[in-house]
Design a protein around this ligand. Structure first.
Ligand SMILES: Cc1cc2nc3c(=O)[nH]c(=O)nc-3n(C[C@H](O)[C@H](O)[C@H](O)COP(=O)(O)OP(=O)(O)OC[C@H]3O[C@@H](n4cnc5c(N)ncnc54)[C@H](O)[C@@H]3O)c2cc1C
Length: 590
């Protein structure tokens, strides 16, 4: 019998694993995908990495000759969620803004009604700040390294008439460098492109290679916990696997990969339904294993956590399991420039603007294949050919829609380094009809599969208003930066940031979790992934908040079920780059 079983080693699960194991609990971490070895398994070939069906970054088993795991998308959309240790943080850009204070219960400033007021967090922002600080120190989060694309973006942002933001707490319209979880360049890094000089330890941190999307493996030769991008495979998982080495009371987490959890077990105890353990299926052999635990934590992500809940036959009395799947209602604008924008270099996205009450803007740099993809994914049809009934026109150039033929060629013929991408990240409302249910397609080997439904064109009026506001700001920014042409893509639902499908909430009528992230209907069952978030945070990227919340959840579990003392207010965290972890990972890494 384990103390704790955690399902999923993505953005949230490893955080709880590391925190509880470092306090002496016996933790089993189950992950459906593999623990990749970057230098052996990964490349900079874009299709090899990013193809959602056959790439190494997909939702599927390690063996790429086998099909990806199926999900039904009921509309024009793409779910970019990954399996493997690190989960979708293997793709992520490491941007770590905090949520806007306006989305929390106690917010009372004059703009308090500008947010999703019906779906606030059930506690105050100030309560989460020490947990933010804990995670920011652990990863660590630092001011992003910047280059030409950020100079271009920030130059445009200067023309918007809003101030530079200098604190981590965002309450007003502003712009700034990102705070991100990518180690700043040290030694030769960012000073040369000579591969010999860029080996660890001559180079440390980000080498500005521009391939964050395909899994960070820089600099060559760095111990796993010193790899530049702090996806959890490089940060919290190394800490969890070596907790016995660096934490005085610590116990190393047991990580099982290729372990697809298919059922959560419960029983009635004292009139309450209580989680008692899980069954998982070995992805390679098809064998089932069962283990029991005092506490079960779901961290399988916004799509798989609701699927597993339903497949386990757990109760859903208010119907909110899987509902409220928010996605920052992204759009995409591309500016064409007559000068070098450095779009392919450095951390993928190192500058931002914030517009609390509406959302934010970020710059995004991409390698060529993804750049072409980003300009061909639209809900508005093909520019100049057909409009899908949208016919959107505005301050950008020509109709919205995807580029084809001569226009696409014109945009890409000088390489990606004459472009600047801006992504509006909308503060979207929690909407019950955007949701996960079970698909009517046949079950796969892990049970009935998930169907993700978005009413993409019927968002709330506030969500639509916010997106149009941000698109207007993006156009203004690109013109201010000197773009000669601006395209609006009007993206379909591209699910990169996703939140709230098993949300915590102030009301038991529209939430699955209480304020401690324990499920309302099954005791000893907690959730520690993005699905636990109460709302879309006002627009900021979600992972830091999920990790801060997961840290708080770990502390609540330790106090309530293991008689432990809280620690965040009284201790300083060990940093994930600690040399004891580096040494131990040489033996224990994948
Ligand atoms: C291109 C891209 C860029 C991004 N950039 C940023 C960024 O800059 N900043 C930011 O904050 N966010 C970013 N994100 C989002 C970020 O990746 C997610 O917020 C984060 O990974 C979510 O964590 P999670 O734990 O909810 O889910 P995931 O990270 O998806 O992890 C879920 C894990 O559970 C596993 N799993 C699922 N089902 C089971 C099961 N039944 N049994 C066992 N294991 C299971 C999966 O294999 C997976 O490893 C980005 C995403 C993408 C795609």
């Amino acid at each position: 019998m384990r103390d704790v079983i955690i399902i999923g080693a993505g953005g949230g699960g490893p955080v709880v694993a590391k925190e509880l194991a470092s306090r002496g609990l016996d933790v089993l971490l189950l992950e459906a995908g593999p623990y990749w070895r970057p230098r052996e398994d990964w490349t900079h070939f874009e299709d090899d990495a990013n193809n959602p069906l056959t790439g190494y970054f997909r939702f599927g088993p390690e063996d790429r000759s086998r099909p990806a795991w199926f999900r039904e998308w009921a509309q024009n959309s793409l779910l970019w969620q990954l399996s493997g240790v690190g989960g979708t943080t293997q793709h992520y850009y490491g941007n770590c803004p905090r949520a806007y204070p306006g989305v929390f219960a106690d917010y009372n400033s004059p703009d308090r009604d500008a947010y999703d007021v019906a779906h606030r967090f059930p506690f105050g922002y100030a309560e989460l700040v020490p947990y933010y600080e804990w995670v920011e120190t652990t990863l660590p989060v630092q001011t992003a390294a910047m280059g030409t694309k950020e100079a271009t973006f920030l130059g445009g942002a200067e023309t918007l008439g809003v101030p530079v933001q200098t604190t981590k707490d965002t309450t007003g319209h502003s712009y700034r460098p990102q705070e991100n979880a990518i180690l700043q360049p040290g030694g030769n890094a960012a000073r040369t492109t000579d591969t010999d000089s860029l080996r660890y330890p001559k180079a440390t941190g980000c080498t500005m290679c521009g391939y964050c999307f395909q899994g960070c493996m820089e600099p060559v030769g760095a111990p796993r916990n010193l790899v530049a991008k702090r996806s959890t495979d490089n940060s919290y998982v190394p800490m969890a696997l070596t907790a016995d080495v660096w934490a005085p009371q610590g116990k190393a987490v047991t990580l099982v990969t290729g372990a697809f959890t298919t059922e959560i077990h419960t029983e009635r105890q004292g009139g309450e339904l209580v989680a008692t353990g899980v069954t998982w299926r070995d992805v390679d052999t098809g064998e089932y294993s069962r283990e029991d635990a005092h506490i079960v934590i779901m961290a399988a992500g916004c799509t798989e956590s609701p699927r597993l809940w339903v497949n386990s036959g757990l109760p859903n009395p208010n119907g909110w399991v899987g509902r409220g799947y928010t996605d920052h209602h992204f759009d995409w604008l591309v500016g064409l420039f007559d000068r070098d924008t450095g779009s392919s270099k450095g951390p993928g996205s190192a500058a931002r603007c914030d517009f609390p009450g509406y959302g934010g803007l970020e710059n995004v740099g991409l390698p060529p294949g993804l750049q072409a993809f980003s300009m061909t994914f639209s809900d508005s049809g093909i520019r100049g050919q057909y409009t899908n009934g949208r016919g959107m026109t505005g301050p950008w150039d020509g109709p919205a829609g995807r580029l084809l033929g001569p226009e696409l060629k014109d945009a890409l013929m000088n390489g990606v380094d004459r472009l600047l991408n801006v992504i509006p990240i909308t503060d979207d409302d929690v909407e019950p009809d955007n949701r996960v249910t079970l698909s009517a397609f046949p079950a796969d080997e892990n049970g009935p599969v998930a169907k993700v439904t978005f009413r993409h064109r019927q968002r709330s009026a506030r969500t639509e208003r916010n997106r149009e506001f941000l698109v207007g700001k993006a156009v203004e920014l690109l013109r201010g930066a000197g773009a000669r042409k601006i395209y609006r893509l009007d993206w379909g639902a591209l699910i990169l940031h996703v939140q709230s499908s098993m949300r915590m909430g102030q009301s038991a009528d529209d939430s699955v979790l209480d304020a401690n992230a324990e499920t309302r209907w099954v005791r000893r069952l907690f959730i520690a992934d993005n699905s636990a978030l109460a709302n879309s945070l006002g627009g900021p990227n979600p992972t830091l908040t999920t990790q801060a919340l997961a840290t708080r959840t770990a502390e609540k579990i330790f106090q309530k079920y293991f008689g432990g003392d809280p620690w965040v207010a009284h201790e300083s965290p060990v940093v994930a780059t600690d040399s004891r972890i580096s040494r131990a990972m040489i033996d224990r890494g994948p």
